[in-house]
Design a binder for this molecule. Structure first.
Ligand code: FAD
Length: 474
């Protein structure tokens, strides 16, 4: 009796709740479906597909090691999965549940189609978060819309241990593999085969072994200084595990267990505080996933009334300059070029450029959110949307409207101008003071081929505040 396990954003065999449940059966085969509904959208980042394909390659290897297979489909899962399951006479299909609106709709359709064929479905395993959306409610049984009380509740609850790695299973026979091919199974394509070209190195090697190594390296040292160093983009002070977490190359319970081990090894209050600061970032990730689950409308627009019909100017030229890292504001340009060239951007800089797009350029955050999604290796609907709504002040957890001053952000978080010089090489020979303030003399700018500031920060922030004040509801 064959059981299929449908991988989606859980590209690993260790610490995978749904797969561990499936592996109670003896013959377990993995399947991944390259979904045209996702791959043919206009917001897919080549770097992200490249990372994902790398993870799938590594996962195929892992399946082979335990004596089974990972099968690949490239078709709409609503038809392709039931077709494959029926052809192989599978008894059951398992998968892990997801918070995203599209995934839930698709999963319901797949479930119906499987049931019609008399195949048992087990899909309600939660895997990518430590607490499910219906575990964390306010005293009055409502989802949280403010992070701090969410964090208090979330961090007070005990967390599950990592679950067992898939082992002791068998795969399908070669005769069955032929049947699988007739039902649509293909060899794993490359990202290029799918039309996505990324020629540079990936910031993190794909696959679960690489993700484990990265976690170990980070929790051995950098985590102990995270609180101090996390805000400085020139320092390698964060985990860069976001892509692995997005695609589930590592299990969240494993990540949490590593933080507990780090706390046990800690010898000082400062180290404890640092480790807790990192745990808090994991909670932000879950806060936004719960938010997306409870308020799926977040995916399409502002949460706060004041921003639902905000008259953004959406000037096309300004938007292009922002995308290309040619705004004449060095910290903004460095950050955008880091993302364009590496597929990743430091969190401090994500906040700076998102703030700049919405408050200085008066451009709708949804345009920035989409551009990020088209470029990020870790592009994730909930985290990206949460980050953009936070920066645009349009989301839940409202604080007074924050406006970042790019120059003071650079002075505070890149005091030597190291990060700026790395990504904006035109400015390598310019005095640090100018690099940070952005007040580079006009003649020098021309000689360096570096653009003039495309807007005046002071004027623009006044303009933004005036428009905000005119909104009838806040
Ligand atoms: P670390 O500092 O090591 O944090 C550990 C993990 O916690 C991260 O890998 C991530 O999974 C999670 N995390 C950290 N900060 C946040 C946060 N603010 N919100 C949600 N999760 C967080 N993160 C994404 O994973 N995908 C995105 O598409 C994304 N878009 C963003 C857009 C904007 C405008 C902003 C302000 C933030 C965005 N973030 C996004 C959150 C954050 O910037 C990245 O998770 C982080 O920079 C990734 O680097 P790291 O793995 O080294 O993080």
């Amino acid at each position: 009796n064959l059981t299929l396990f449908w991988h989606r954003r859980d590209l690993r065999i260790s610490d995978n709740t749904g797969l561990a449940a499936a592996s109670k059966h003896q013959k377990v085969v993995g399947v991944f479906c390259l979904d045209p509904n996702i791959l043919e959208r206009d917001d897919v980042a080549p770097v992200r597909v490249t990372y994902m394909i790398g993870c799938l390659q590594a996962l195929q290897q892992r399946y082979t090691e335990v004596g089974s297979q990972l099968l690949i489909l490239h078709d709409n899962p609503v038809q392709a999965l039931p077709r494959l399951a029926a052809a192989l006479n599978a008894q059951a299909v398992f998968w892990n549940w997801d918070v995203e609106p599209y995934s839930q709709e698709r999963d319901r359709a797949v479930m119906e189609a499987l049931k019609e064929k008399g195949i048992q479905v087990l899909h309600k395993n939660w895997d990518q978060i430590l607490h499910t959306p219906d575990e964390i409610y306010t005293g009055s049984n409502q989802p949280y819309t403010v992070f701090t009380p969410f964090w208090r509740n979330w961090s007070s609850k005990s967390k599950a241990e990592p679950v067992a790695t898939l082992q002791g299973v068998t795969g399908i026979t070669s005769a069955e593999q032929e049947i699988a091919q007739q039902a649509g199974v293909i060899p794993l394509p490359t990202a290029k085969d799918l039309g996505f070209v990324w020629d540079r190195d990936l910031i993190i090697a794909p696959g679960e072994i690489a993700a484990h190594e990265r976690l170990e390296e980070f929790t051995y040292k950098a985590i102990t200084e995270y609180k101090e160093q996390r805000n400085f983009p020139a320092i390698d002070g964060t985990s860069q595990l976001s892509a692995a977490l997005k695609f589930g190359a590592i299990g969240i319970r494993t990540v949490w267990a590593a933080t507990i081990a780090a706390l046990e090894n800690s010898r000082s209050d400062e180290t404890d505080t640092s480790i807790r600061a990192w745990q808090q970032e994991l909670a932000w990730r879950e806060f936004y996933q719960h938010a997306m689950y409870h308020f799926p409308k977040l995916a399409t627009g502002a949460y706060r009334e004041a921003f639902k019909n905000f008259p953004y100017e959406n000037n096309e030229e300004l938007f292009q300059a922002w995308c290309e890292g040619k705004t004449g504001y060095p910290i903004v340009d460095a950050a955008m070029r880091q993302m364009n060239e590496s597929g990743w951007m430091h969190n401090r800089c994500r906040m700076i450029v998102a703030n700049f797009l919405t408050k200085d350029l008066l451009i709708d955050p949804r345009l920035g959110e989409k551009y990020f999604y088209q470029r990020l290796i870790d592009g994730d609907l909930s985290a990206n949307n949460g980050g953009w709504q936070w920066s645009a002040s349009s989301g839940m957890d409202p604080k007074p409207v924050r406006i970042f001053n790019p120059a003071s952000q650079a002075q505070k978080f890149d005091p030597e101008g190291e990060y700026i010089r790395q990504w904006v090489p035109e400015l390598r020979s310019v005095d640090t003071e100018y690099v940070l303030s952005g007040n580079i003399p006009e003649q020098e700018r021309e000689a360096l081929g570096y653009p003039l500031p495309i807007v005046d920060h002071k004027l623009q922030q006044r303009q933004f505040k005036a428009i905000y004040a005119q909104q009838k509801v806040h």
